[in-house]
Design a protein around this ligand. Sequence first.
Ligand code: BG6
Ligand code: MG
Length: 218
Amino acid sequence: MPRFDAVLFDLDGVLADTAHIHFAAWRRLAEELGIHLEPAFEEKLKGVDRMGSLELILAHGGPEGSVTRTAEEKRVLAERKNGYYTAAIAEQTPDDLLPGARRVLEEVRAAGLKIALASASRNAPPLLQQLGIAPLIDAIADPAAVKAPKPAPDLFLEAARLVGAVPERCLGIEDSVAGIISIKDAGMVAVGIGDPTVLTRADYVVPTTEQFHIGDFL
Ligand code: BG6
Ligand code: MG
């Protein structure tokens, strides 16, 4: 009997080559605010939702950056970043999938497992359509419908619920530290995509999506 009933995928940095596009958009906004983001800051923003990312950036700019701005001013800033991001992904096509992404989804389906998306991104549904992989995905967990964002386990638990799988029989795949914490705190098995010295809580780490084979886990 296979160990898993479902595989829960993150999107940005796992299926779509968009993690660096999110960071470029944040960096542009930060520069406009006079805040310099060094390349290492990207890791801290991965998996973190829109408002959470803005708070981290404002705090990086100085202790008053967050408290002196109203909720409305922050909403406008986050919206500005989202405009940069959506403009940058507007022309994405199936050619922009990360190498191996489509093959991985097809292999998981062929193995008879359910597939759910657990992405913090509000842009995930249209992006899945653009990338041509929406038909391969059984359910999308809505980040607006859960109580707490990653690193809380809520979004992964919701993804599991949507496909009728118990957490112990779910495999979660993530490129972010926040996401790996979510998966582990949800009681699932975590596969990290990236660097094992960064994704230290993952049960397994592969360098890129291309190196992931569901057969290794069944
Ligand atoms: C995550 C990304 O997938 O989605 C983060 O790793 C991003 O960088 C987050 O901030 C939220 O995305 P969006 O599209 O809702 O602003
Ligand atoms: Mg990601």
